[in-house]
Every structure is written in C-alpha cells, then in structure tokens.
Design a protein around this ligand. Structure first.
Ligand SMILES: [Zn+2]
Ligand SMILES: [Zn+2]
Length: 566
C-alpha cells in the first residue's frame, strides 16, 4: 500500500532570543503533536524546521553584544537544539539557514524567479544613520505604525496589527542602535513583483477549504487591499549573498529565504540520507500534503508570500495544503516581553516542571479561535485535575489493582455485561473522535478528549466498585479490570502525540514490546490478551502542591540563575 506523504513544518524560530511558550505552542509544539499523530497513522511523514539566523535583528543584537552574528547564532542554535530535544520535539531535520544546502537553494530559486521576470530593480530612498554610517533596514529602525499607531513598530512589520511595513512608512523613525534620527539616502534594490501573482494567490486561497478562517480571511483581505512589490535585497552584510547580476554587495532579505527553508530543509534531509531526489515527492507529487504550523503573526508569509515564491518559479510546487495558525498565548493579558518580565521562556519552564506537564497544558488550552491567557491557577488546575487526578490516577489505580489482585496478569474476561460493552464502545468512539480532531488540526479538542477517556474509565470503576466486588464475585471484578486495562492501553497510544514521555512509561509498564512511538494508531483498540503480564505500576504525574504566588517566586529564582549562567 502506498503510504500517504505528509510534510509537517513549523515556523522557524528566530535565533536572537530563546522562544517563550507563546512561540512554542502554535509552531514547534503543534507541529510535533501533529507529526507524531501522522506517524502513528502510518503516514510517510517528514517534519522539518530550523533556526532562522540571518536578518537585522540578529545583526542588531550581535552589535549590542559585541560579537559576530555567526558567533551569536552558533551559540543560540546549539542551545535551542538542546531545548527542543528536552521538550520532545521530534524533528526529522531541524536545520539552520547558515547550512550550505539552504544558501545554494535560495540563490538558485531566486534566479529562476528572476529569469521568469518576477524581479525588477528600483532606486529607492532608504533611511540612513549618519552616526552609525549604515542603512537602516527592518529592525535597525523603529517608530510609530502608520496603520494602528503602535509606538514601537519595527521597520519590517508592526507587532501589534501584524501589517508588513517598510522603514520609510514609520512615523518618527529612530536608529535602533544609537537612537538618532536617520536621514534619507538613495540606494538600488531588487524587488519581487508580488502584485503580478495576486490573481493566482487569490484563486489558491479561495480554492483551499482547509485553511482556517483566521488565516484565510486575513490573507484575502491583504489581496483585496492590494499587494505591494517587496524588496528581496538588503544593504546589510549578514545574510546570503544576493544572486542577481549587479547585486554583489547586497544580501538576500531574510523574509525570502526563511520561508524557502521549508524546501531546502527537505532537500537537506534526503541528501543526508543518500536519497537526493526523494524530496521532490513531497514538493511536487500532487497527493502529498504540506502543513504549516505557525502563530497568527506569521500568516501572510505562509498564505501569500510562500505560495507566490513557489508559483513564480514556474515549477509546479505544491502550495500549502493547510496552514494552522494559532492566536496568541498571552501572559497577564499582554504579549510576552523579556524586558518587561512578562512571559515564561521554554528553558525556564523545564526547570519548573517536566515537559509533558507543559505540553499537555499548552495543547489543552491551545489558542485556536481566540487569544488565550496564561495563568498559574489554570496551569495548576490542568495538571492537578486533568493529568494527575483523572488521567494519571485512572491508570495508576487500574494497574496497581491488577498488580496486587491479579498477580500482574490481565484478568480474563468472561461474559462481559452490557455496561462493559458500552464502556468499550464509548472508548472506540472517543478514540475515533480524537483522530477526527487531529485530522482537522483541532489539537485542543483532541487533547481534551484524551483526558475525557480516562474520565469515562474512572466513572466506570466508581460505578462498578470492583474493590468491593472482588470480595463477593471475583469473576465480575476481573471483567471490570479487563475493560479498564483496555482503556489504559488505548490511552498509552493516543496520548503519545501529546505527552510522549508519559505515554512511553505507560507502554513500558504494560510490558508491551518496542516503543509506543513506533506503533500504529489502530494498536490503541487492539485488546490486551488475558493473562498478559504487566510490570509494577508507578505514579505517572505528581500533584503540584504550590499556589500561583509560590510558582511565580520559583520562576523568578530560576530566571535569575539562568541569567547568571548564560
Ligand atoms: Zn500597526
Ligand atoms: Zn545609528
């Protein structure tokens, strides 16, 4: 049977700072949960992403730190790779934009677009800082957003309203390095003729029914307002040398190359596996799916710019099959900000609690239709009530009872009654509901349904009271635990995308062969046979016995010690 080809991607973390939970939830973590699900479904999955390391924010940061941009990104890339491993993010290829395959691909792709007539040059006026003696593209300049009035809009995009900007559009601009007021100078740049592709992008967007409403409406609105040509080159030194004739002293603008990284990361992955042509199956075979997991601030790059770049090559690339864009995860009602000490960063989080606690929390509150707000109280509630008291407790009480009362053997089921049949039917329906939600990228609902299965299991135990039954009718108690054991096995498989570490522990406690992550989704509903010996159960989660204030204090202490060691 031909396995379905699925390319799962997530927005490339930008390497100037460690991601915070809000960066993680919609992109890297969502992509991981989805990719893990697809692998369980037996699809031929490749999951790629990487560190986005060129561009002015890195250069600005490196200038501020007094190091070279490469030194800064080497350090930050190594750090993020380590952290993603600890978070259980299961990339097939997590690469970086400094990799040679990427640089070569970007230059080649841009020349194809150039040869097809989608690149033109224009002399423009750019902001120039006389004090720093440099042009001020993108984040070298800040000022007031002409659309929404946000005071600290950057030269490339307004963080508040999400609109793409040009430095000269900013009201009251100032140099981000020295804060002087810039002057205007002439410079020549190469531009991507985005308006030429409006028609094609419009029909792509209208014809794609899978795109979530937020991504679709936002993108169609951009097209209706009219697309503008976008500069492809920059007057900066940190980046990929521009390939166009006459552009030898320019570098490629980071927005172009970062999105092309999805293609180059796939190329690099198969090149490293000595199968250099196989990437094409994911990018050109019309039955292959490409999915992008991003935050909403990234929508235009994935629904307009990436499709445009792919279309302009004339090579019949697959356009995004789906773009799952989450809303923002806020902290205290605000966007995360390191300087304001608002937010939780992914390194700090793991110093506080194991990855699965965070993974579950972030997925069961994933901001899918509106911005969500992090609170310690909600975190404590989700971990204690859902993970510990419901999921963990159901599994632990079931397995411990089998350990002690049935000598660790799965009890034999004889003449299951109506209730048992109903419980198993309910389990089957819920497992199918999780699958349906996953396929629709409704990861929040899927995560909550996983917990609800253990809730059903707990209710079943409470109604049947097998701890009493065992004294009067051992056969009936055996039936109850036979059913409960099937719930545990199913939970191990279907929770694996969300809480991969705990799922593996449960799988091992059930003494099943191999790893839960190498199983197929159908395995969830394949019954454990009678007399199958399990190992000794251990509690899976620990209750958080601290209140919001104490956790905030602990975070503060961790933050201080991490800052010291950095
Ligand atoms: Zn704005
Ligand atoms: Zn300056």
């Amino acid at each position: 049977m031909k396995r379905e080809k699925t390319l799962v991607t997530s927005a490339w973390p930008y390497l100037n700072v460690t991601p915070h939970l809000g960066n993680l939830v919609g992109s890297l973590l969502s992509a991981d949960v989805y990719a893990r699900y697809c692998r369980l479904k037996g699809e031929d999955v490749v999951m790629v992403s990487g560190s986005d390391e060129h561009g002015t924010p890195i250069e600005v940061e490196a200038i501020r730190l007094g190091v070279s941009p490469k030194e800064l990104t080497d350090r930050n890339h190594a750090k993020i790779v380590g952290l993603l491993g600890k978070w259980g993010i299961s990339f097939d290829n997590y690469t970086r934009t400094e990799n040679p395959v990427h640089k070569e691909f970007v230059r080649k792709h841009l020349m194809e677009i150039y040869d097809n007539g989608y690149i033109f040059t224009k002399e423009t006026e750019m902001l120039f800082c006389e004090k720093c003696n440099r042009f001020l593209p993108d984040r070298f300049v800040e000022g007031k957003c002409p659309y929404c009035g946000y005071e600290r809009a950057r030269g490339d995009q307004c963080e508040q309203c999400g609109r793409l900007l040009e430095p000269t559009l900013l009201i009251d601009p100032y140099c981000a390095i020295c804060r002087s007021t810039p002057v205007i100078r002439k410079t020549k740049h190469w531009y991507f003729d985005l308006p030429k592709l409006s028609q094609e992008i419009n029909s792509y967007l209208k014809g794609n029914d899978r795109l979530p409403t937020n991504a679709k409406n936002f993108s169609l609105k951009l097209i209706k307002e009219g697309l503008e040509p976008r500069a492809v080159t920059r007057d900066v030194s940190w980046g990929i040398p521009a390939p166009f004739p006459g552009a030898e002293d320019k570098t490629v603008y980071v927005w172009v190359e970062a999105v092309l990284g999805y293609v180059s990361a796939t190329i690099e992955y198969f090149k490293n596996r000595q199968d250099p042509e196989k990437w094409k199956e994911y990018w050109f075979d019309k039955d292959a799916k490409t999915l992008y997991f991003i935050g909403k601030d990234n929508i235009p790059f994935h629904t307009v710019i990436l499709p445009a770049l792919l279309l302009a090559s004339g090579e019949d690339y697959n356009l995004p099959w789906n773009v799952s864009a989450t809303e923002f995860l806020q902290f205290k009602g605000e966007k995360a900000s390191k300087s304001q000490k608002v937010g939780i960063w992914i390194d700090e989080a793991l110093e506080l609690f194991p990855a699965d606690y965070w993974r579950y929390f972030l997925m069961c509150t994933r901001p899918e239709t509106k911005d969500s707000n992090f609170s310690w109280d909600l975190f404590i509630e989700k971990v204690n009530a859902d993970l510990n008291d419901t999921f963990g407790n159901f599994i632990h009480r079931t397995l411990t009872f089998i350990n002690t009362q049935f000598n660790s053997g799965i009890p034999e089921a004889k003449a299951l009654d109506v209730d048992a049949g109903q419980a198993l039917e309910n389990l089957k329906e819920k497992v199918e509901a999780v699958a349906k939600d996953m396929e629709d990228c409704k990861l929040q609902s899927a995560a909550n349904t996983v917990i609800s299965i253990s809730r059903v299991g707990n209710q079943y135990l409470n109604e049947k009271e097998p701890w009493n039954l065992i004294k009067t009718d051992r056969g009936k108690a055996a039936n109850v635990f036979y059913v409960a054991a099937q719930f545990v096995k199913a939970l191990s498989v279907i929770s694996a995308p969300f809480i991969p570490f705990a799922a593996e522990e449960i799988w091992k406690t059930l003494n099943l062969p191999g790893s839960v992550h190498d199983q197929k989704w159908d395995e969830a509903l394949k019954p454990l046979p009678a007399n199958y010996k399990i190992t000794k159960a251990k509690p899976i989660f620990k209750k958080i016995d601290a209140d919001a204030e104490e956790l905030e204090d602990r975070l503060e202490t961790i933050r201080e010690s991490l800052t010291k060691t950095a």
